[in-house]
Structures are given as structure tokens and as C-alpha cells.
Design a protein around this ligand. Structure first.
Ligand SMILES: Cc1cc2nc3c(=O)[nH]c(=O)nc-3n(C[C@H](O)[C@H](O)[C@H](O)COP(=O)(O)OP(=O)(O)OC[C@H]3O[C@@H](n4cnc5c(N)ncnc54)[C@H](O)[C@@H]3O)c2cc1C
Length: 393
């Protein structure tokens, strides 16, 4: 079976809802991924290699901190930024994860909670990809409930001393700076963010091996043992668990678009395969009702997901989005994409498990995407809390 080239997925003239600028941004990102990531991604996935050679070109295209203004950032709208993450994840969820972390979880907190000096020092360098960052919230014993974190910061003279462990940290071993969330002992254990340069004594990062998901993305454990940072490394406007949750909201928004990209890739591959593959009476498998049912389910759900996330993006651009809107988009779209990956895998039969096709890679990646940035079930509880007013966590 020949390599299958992507043609875009648009059942309901979704493109007519986008502006010329939005389509241009989407098409530029699509071409970049087609030319640069698709040819190498299966090799990266097999080798468990992050394609670092793409960092600089992605920076030049304005992918990092794309929806931030100033500091050389592209100043894209939220819909444009979402379309970029869709195209990135059409390539690979791991590469999209890298961009989400750099943008929404490292640049956004510096932009939102940082001092002018922190912004001037870090944002241009992170935007170009000259410097890389990671976001340390999750700990070995606290994932869905980050409020239980054990990492502590203690004020000693004009410094803070940090101690703790972080786990499942994207880009941990390749980062120059880590945004570390810790409880500050002198402030009643209030959660605050710190910029920790990763070459400071006492800071250690180790890669997590044996991952069957997001293999083209680096995932690490961090250890901080008596790491001293000057007091100017505290993110001054951070305060309380709300601060990291605001960052997660930014990232979840990008994920909701990204998942559509992964679903499109799987659907497009399964559709083309089903038209070429023949079984019984020399008929393409696409002619069988049960195969058509799967394709119909997928295009139906992809189309609904596109409309959902576009509305969330328009609300975000208008400054009206609420966190439960983003939870709905993340929850629905990642679930939808995972189901599309499973159905597409099935349509390809045995070929579906081989990496001649992108489906199994997307399927395995999406298992992580379902879990990180608030699991599917945690988003169920966020939406449930929003509609009932009752906290069921
Ligand atoms: C590849 C990868 C990259 C990641 N990158 C980062 C990163 O860069 N930075 C970072 O800080 N973290 C990162 N994470 C961590 C991620 O955010 C956590 O894994 C996630 O928050 C879930 O936490 P957990 O794995 O500890 O699961 P747990 O919180 O232990 O949850 C396990 C199960 O219990 C369920 N559950 C928990 N509480 C409830 C409840 N109250 N009601 C019902 N069900 C519940 C969950 O839905 C889930 O099904 C990453 C994870 C992965 C896999």
C-alpha cells in the first residue's frame, strides 16, 4: 500500500467559518509538518527520539508562545494558535506536547505572573527556541490532586531553598529553565511558581524510559534537593493553586484542537485504505456497511469537535471563555480522537498495528493525552461541578 498523503478533513465547509488569516496560519503549519515532521516521525517514534532539529524552525515560524503579544511572539489569535496545534498533532502528539509546554506552561506563566526582568530575560529566548522550558506540577504521589504537593520553598535571607520531587515532566532533561510549583513555608504553604535554572546545584532530571506513548517527546522525573534560587526567581504575581490551573487551562485549550489533528490523520488514513483494500467479491472494504458505519461515526464526531473547539476559541478571543468550556472541549475531543484511532486501527486490520501507517502511534499517544492536563474523568467532574454547583472530587 503506497504512503498516504493528507488532504484535509472538512465535511461541513468548516473552512468557511475561518478568516483568510486563520486559513493561512493553518496551511503554513500544515505544510511545515508535511515537509519536516511526517518524513521522520516514525523513525523518531521507534527510537524514542525527540526531533530537536525542528525546534529552531518551529521558533522561526512563531509556534512558541504564538498567542502572546510582544517579546518577539507572533501575537496570533487563539483560533490561529489552535489551528497550529491541530496541525502539529496531526503530525504527532509528542511534538505538539513539546510546543504546548514551551508555550502554555512555560512562556504563559512567565508572561502572566513574571516580573519585567523575568519576561525580558526569558520570553525572547523561549520564543526562538534558543532556550527550552519545562513545567513541574505533578509529583509521584499527587497528579489529579496537585494541591497535595509536597515540594516546599523556604525563604532564607534573599534566597529561596527548594526541596521536592516532580514526576512525568515533559521536556525535563532538555530544559534550561523549570517552572516549579511549590508550597512556600513562610506564606502558610501557599502554592507559588519559581523559575529554576536547571544547572543549579541540587537540581537533577532523569528521563522516564519504557514509555509506549509520546515516544517522540521527552518525559522526565525532577529532583530538587536544597536548590537555592535568588528571591527574584519567584514569579511575583503567582499565588495559590489557581496560578498553575490557569496555565493548565491554556494548555488544555491547545490540546482540544490538537486532538482533532490526530483524529483527522487516523480518519483520512482509514478512509483511503478502505477504498483501496479489497476483500470479498473483489470489492473495496469501504463498500461494506459495517466499515461505512465506522467512517460515518468518525466524520460525524470530527465535525462536531471542530465546531465545539471553534466556539471555545471564539469565546477565548472575546475574553469570555470559562474553564468549564475548555474542559468540555478537551474531554470531548480527546475521547473522540481516541475512538477514531481505535476504529481506524480496526479498519486497517493487521496493517493497523504496523508503523507503516500513523494510526497505532496516534492511538498510543492519545492514551497519554487522555490522562494529562486533567484526566477525562477529572474534566467530567469539572463540568459536573459547573452544572450542579456541587463539588464531587
Ligand atoms: C506523557 C506525560 C507527560 C506529562 N507531562 C507533564 C508535565 O509536563 N508537567 C506536569 O506537571 N505533569 C505532567 N504529566 C502528568 C499528568 O498531568 C498526570 O499524569 C495527570 O494529572 C494524572 O495524574 P496521575 O497520573 O497521578 O493519576 P491519578 O491522579 O492517580 O489518577 C488515576 C486515576 O484515578 C482517577 N481519579 C483521580 N481522582 C479522582 C476523583 N476524585 N474522582 C474520580 N476519579 C479520580 C483519574 O481520573 C485516573 O483515572 C504528564 C503525564 C504524562 C503521561
Amino acid at each position: 500500500m503506497p504512503a498516504i498523503k493528507f488532504r484535509g478533513v472538512d465535511f461541513l465547509d468548516f473552512d468557511s467559518l475561518l478568516s483568510d488569516d486563520e486559513r493561512l496560519v493553518r496551511d503554513t503549519a500544515r505544510k511545515f509538518i508535511e515537509d519536516n515532521l511526517i518524513p521522520i516521525i516514525e523513525e523518531c517514534n521507534r527510537a524514542g527520539r525527540f526531533p530537536r532539529e525542528l525546534v529552531k524552525p518551529m521558533g522561526e515560524l512563531g509556534f512558541f508562545g504564538a498567542n502572546l503579544k510582544g517579546y518577539n511572539c507572533a501575537g496570533m489569535s487563539n483560533v490561529e494558535y489552535g489551528l497550529v496545534t491541530q496541525e502539529l498533532e496531526r503530525g504527532d502528539s509528542g511534538v505538539r506536547s513539546f510546543v504546548s509546554v514551551q508555550s502554555a506552561l512555560v512562556m504563559y506563566p512567565i508572561y502572566t505572573f513574571g516580573s519585567d526582568e523575568q519576561k525580558n530575560t526569558w520570553l525572547p529566548a523561549l520564543q526562538s527556541g534558543e532556550k527550552l522550558g519545562c513545567f513541574g506540577l505533578t509529583e509521584p504521589d499527587f497528579g489529579s490532586n496537585p494541591g497535595g504537593m509536597r515540594t516546599r520553598a523556604r525563604k532564607v535571607g534573599k534566597e529561596y531553598v527548594l526541596n521536592g520531587e516532580k514526576m512525568w515532566i515533559t521536556s525535563g532533561t532538555i530544559a534550561d529553565v523549570a517552572v516549579i510549583w511549590a508550597k512556600v513555608e513562610d506564606e502558610d504553604d501557599k502554592v507559588r511558581g519559581f523559575l529554576v535554572e536547571t544547572d543549579r546545584p541540587g537540581f537533577k532530571a532523569d528521563d522516564i524510559h519504557g514509555k509506549w506513548s509520546l515516544r517522540a517527546s521527552v518525559t522526565s522525573g525532577l529532583s530538587l534537593q536544597d536548590v537555592h534560587v535568588p528571591e527574584c526567581n519567584l514569579l511575583p504575581k503567582s499565588g495559590g493553586l489557581k496560578s498553575p490551573l490557569m496555565c493548565l487551562n491554556q494548555a488544555r485549550y491547545g490540546i482540544a484542537w490538537g486532538a482533532i489533528g490526530a483524529a483527522m490523520s487516523c480518519y483520512d488514513c482509514a478512509l483511503q485504505y478502505s477504498l483501496l483494500r479489497k476483500q470479498f467479491r473483489d470489492q473495496p472494504i469501504a463498500s461494506h456497511q459495517l466499515v461505512q458505519q465506522k467512517l460515518t461515526w468518525m466524520i460525524n464526531e470530527i465535525t462536531k469537535a471542530q465546531l465545539l473547539v471553534l466556539q471555545v476559541g471564539r469565546l477565548k478571543d472575546a475574553g469570555k471563555v470559562q474553564h468549564q468550556h475548555i474542559s468540555m472541549a478537551k474531554r470531548n475531543n480527546v475521547w473522540m480522537a481516541l475512538e477514531c484511532a481505535r476504529l481506524s486501527r480496526d479498519i486497517l486490520g493487521a496493517n493497523g498495528v504496523a508503523d507503516d501507517y500513523p494510526i497505532m502511534r496516534h492511538l498510543m499517544n492519545l492514551e497519554s493525552v487522555k490522562t494529562y492536563e486533567g484526566t477525562h474523568d477529572i474534566h467530567t467532574l469539572i463540568i459536573g461541578q459547573s452544572v450542579t454547583g456541587i463539588d464531587a472530587f
